[in-house]
Write a protein that binds this ligand. Structure first.
Ligand code: AMP
Ligand code: ZN
Length: 474
């Protein structure tokens, strides 16, 4: 099936053409592990997961590399100034840099797993690829792309790279006014960036390495060029990241890589729009206050509700987060789980293959058309409500939806059925009987009040054609 994706480089929706038939290799910029990952970062990672599942549904062999940034990302990454985020995070938590890297990586992996994202094929850490990053800088040095700023570091001379900034249409001046305002006047050009930073003379850094230029650490952009080339080759299919990365980080990655690999280095650039916080701004770790999966879990939401919320948006549009929207999303998710739970008891039918294939293809087509996850969800509502599709086919389709969108409907429905099999305690059974009598007497006020009491105790009455059923609330 034809796959179309929006390529930031050409600013066009393009048909995807793999470098090797039936295979796709993609690199995603991963988290900087100096703090908890927030819901915005996780939105970006969820879109990677939808991308991967779309390729798998189309029968591709997927090689996905996502890095862990554990060194070199400075607080002001537009100017290569400020503190190393990792060293700053370690001071905040009163731990070593290595300890916080391990801690926040584990927390990230917990969220990743709770959100049912498929693991990357390889998850390299920047600190494990220092040798490759030094080699990259050496090659650029040999080719004449670098210069040294004494007591600061080795810099990339962007004037040597004609296509610098092509990803953002070459219009950097408007986008990166900050780079001009805070212009480090020792740089030859405003957008030049650090490839290797020297350790400060007066402060002992926790993470530093020897290099041909002296003790120091790599610039943040070097890791993604070095690791992607090492793990995916000199020319690969797709590179992804949040929308903020295109202007600086990815522009710099291209400038570092293409002199070595020859253009184009990456065939398609995919950028995901931001998750906004309640004030309408980008959710950001640097703002100190941000929401992560802990907030979602503590408020009692199933992590799948956040996944469903992200799937209802499109990767090219910003998405505003609010608890009100999460509540509405939780209801829709629970309704679908309820429907699947009802399907689980329908064992007497067989799957209608033609009907199954038609809906399955429609869903793959929606995903392949620029990752329209929300359109898949509309199809799900349509087939779930249809009177013309038998239950066994609906259940088979729901299993496929779980593969395609990873929303775990069937798993949650099975858990719901187990909960429903739990017998209600005597006092709840008694209240339910009183409610049934109140209904027979048409005393609706009393029936409603008894239902509310049952509800408050954590149980729900489902009216059925044979009477009623008492089930545990989920
Ligand atoms: P970081 O941990 O800051 O290196 O970011 C990890 C990934 O999350 C990168 O691809 C960022 O572009 C992305 N990202 C950061 N903030 C947001 C946000 N508010 N919404 C969506 N993606 C984001
Ligand atoms: Zn990166």
């Amino acid at each position: 099936m034809a796959i179309r994706l929006f390529n930031t480089m050409t600013r066009k929706l393009e048909e995807f053409k793999p470098l090797v038939e039936g295979k796709v290799g993609f690199y995603s910029c991963g988290p900087t592990v100096y703090h908890y990952t927030h819901l915005g970062n996780l939105r970006t990672f969820l879109h990677n997961d939808f991308l991967k599942r779309m390729f798998l549904a189309n029968g591709y062999d997927v090689r996905h590399v996502m890095n862990i940034t554990d060194v070199g990302h400075l607080t002001n990454d537009e100017n290569d100034s400020g503190e190393d985020k990792m060293e700053k995070g370690a001071a905040r938590d009163n731990k070593s840099v290595w300890e916080i890297a391990q801690f926040y990586k584990n927390e990230f992996l917990r969220d990743y797993n709770d959100l049912n994202m498929l693991p990357p094929t390889v998850m390299p850490h920047a600190t494990d690829y220092i040798k490759e990053q030094i080699e990259l800088v050496q090659k650029l040095e040999e080719m004449g792309y670098t210069y040294e700023i004494p007591n600061d570091g080795i810099y990339y001379d962007t004037s040597k790279f004609v296509n610098y900034g092509a990803l953002t249409g070459g219009s950097l001046s408007g986008n990166r006014a900050g780079a001009r305002v805070d212009f480090n006047d020792e740089k030859r050009n405003p957008y030049d960036f650090a490839l290797w930073k020297f350790s400060p003379k007066d402060v002992k850094r926790q993470m530093e390495w020897d290099s041909p230029w002296g003790v120091g650490f790599p610039g943040w952009h070097a890791e993604c060029s070095a690791m992607s080339m090492k793990l995916l080759g000199n020319h690969f299919d797709i590179h992804t990241g949040g929308e903020d990365l295109s202007r600086v980080h990815h522009a710099n990655e291209i400038a570092q890589s293409e002199p070595i690999t020859g253009a184009p280095w990456v065939n398609l650039w995919l950028h995901y729009s931001f998750l906004l916080d309640k004030s309408g701004e980008k959710m950001a770790k640097s703002k100190g206050e941000f929401l992560g999966m802990d907030a979602v879990r503590t408020r009692g939401y199933d992590p799948m509700v956040y996944r469903y919320f992200v799937a209802m948006g499109h990767y090219q549009s910003q998405l505003a987060f609010s608890w009100e929207t999460m509540d509405a999303t939780a209801k829709s998710y629970a309704n679908l789980v309820r429907r699947v739970a009802d399907l689980l008891s329908a064992k007497d039918e067989t799957v209608d293959t033609d009907v199954y294939n038609k809906w399955r293809n429609d869903m793959i087509a929606a995903m392949s058309d620029n990752l329209k996850t929300a359109s898949v969800l509309v199809l799900v509502q349509d087939f779930a409500k249809s009177d013309e599709i038998n239950n066994a086919t609906k259940l088979a389709l729901m299993n496929f939806v779980d593969e395609l969108l990873g929303l775990q409907f069937v798993d949650r429905a099975k858990k719901l059925v187990l909960l429903e099999q739990e017998a209600a305690p005597d006092e709840i059974v008694a209240l339910a009987q009183q409610r049934a009598e109140a209904k027979t007497n048409k005393d609706w006020g009393m029936a409603d009040s008894l239902r509310a009491q049952i509800d408050a105790a954590g149980w729900t009455i489902l009216d059925t054609k044979d009477g009623y059923k008492i089930v545990k609330k989920v």
